[in-house]
Design a protein around this ligand. Sequence first.
Ligand code: LGS
Length: 443
Amino acid sequence: MTVKLTLPTQSKMLSKDFVYGVATASFQIEGGKASRLPCIWDTFCDTPNTIADGSNGEMACDHFNRWQDDIELIDSIGVDAYRLSISWPRVITESGELNQEGVAYYMNILDTLKSKRIKAFVTLYHWDLPQHLEDKGGWLNRETAYEFRNYANLISKVFGHRVHAYATLNEPFCSAFLGYEVGTHAPGIIGKEFGKKAAHHLLLAHGLAMEVLAKNSPNTLNGIVLNFTPCYPESESLADIIAAAFADDYFNQWYIKPLFDGKYPEILSTLPAAQQPDIHEGDMAIIAHSMDYLGVNFYTRAIYRADVDEHFLQIDPPEPRTDIGWEIYPKAFTELLVSLNEKYRLPPVYITENGAAMADKIIDGVVNDQDRVDYYQQHLNAVNDAIEQGVKVDGYFAWSLMDNFEWAEGYLKRFGIVYVDYETQVRTIKASGLAYKALITNR
Ligand code: LGS
């Protein structure tokens, strides 16, 4: 056990130009619901039995009112960068124009970050789709991709030099699969015939946005954030190996291969026609627009066995696990980065999310989250191992700056390196936050 975060003395991750940051997302922290349009997560939270604690994002961390203090907090941790997302329903009106009040809110945040020399990594879409667009079909409607391009175009024209890096989308897998196939995330649509259609429109939206970012904002790093849950076979049997490979194509490669190879994995042709996306001529070239960086989010791996009815069956992971039940298996992080680097011609990689939910207790104003410190220790070193094996990783963001609205888990799962008391909105830096700060400042 260690209360300190350490890396090998020669590690590239100890150099001053390796970027360390913390990450959040608009719906998870802001609140301030009255001054924006409704989004799909408002509607989803109002639907019975969707959120574990029946909560919603109305107040969240009240960051909408507390952003100045929160930036002081970010600065006090000593990070080089802050990854935030823009709430699309806060900055764009129903008729597709800029909402100046919403824009001013983010301008103030970006100006304050700039004055503190904290690099802003801005995600344009972290799941809060305006409800009026969902009413017209959401990501199942190809038009939504063009609405996203309009939003990206307007916003990238006004933010200018304030932004260091843009990500078009956060985790299109989650939007498509969880939102439109299994329905555990907003908008809660269920059906195998929907997931890949939504995914294609999301990827198209990404490509269209990359075109306008390259034009309006050539000096920022422009890219995307993808999540990966590496797929391992339960045994060495050929059947299990095939099952895990299918799952990997379905959940992971589906979202990266089009970006770099301009095509979907081969399993596309094996899917029933009704489950296939509607690909128009020219779409794949738009999707494969060159990128300045790739954002990688990693939390855990998954284990699969062959199944008689379906292509694969996910089995319960072994211990150790975090408070949310995900296995702690840092080796998969190294193997993931190395394998992506072998498969694709990657631009520089930023780890845009990594972290753990733990059952934190605040005692006498102190949160001694040794388990989270251990998680960070293992995963930072897993990234370092990948760098030593030739992967170019330029930065690392802890998920999350502070405890927040964890989607379908509500406020029950805490991912922060800062503890939030939701009654009083008091923030307390956890031991993990202090260890992260020491790592960054002692470089
Ligand atoms: O808060 C979210 C974090 C927490 O864990 C964040 O908004 C998302 O961008 C991101 O999806 N986040 C996240 N993902 C973990 C996914 C692990 C899936 C494990 C599946 C079980 C085997």
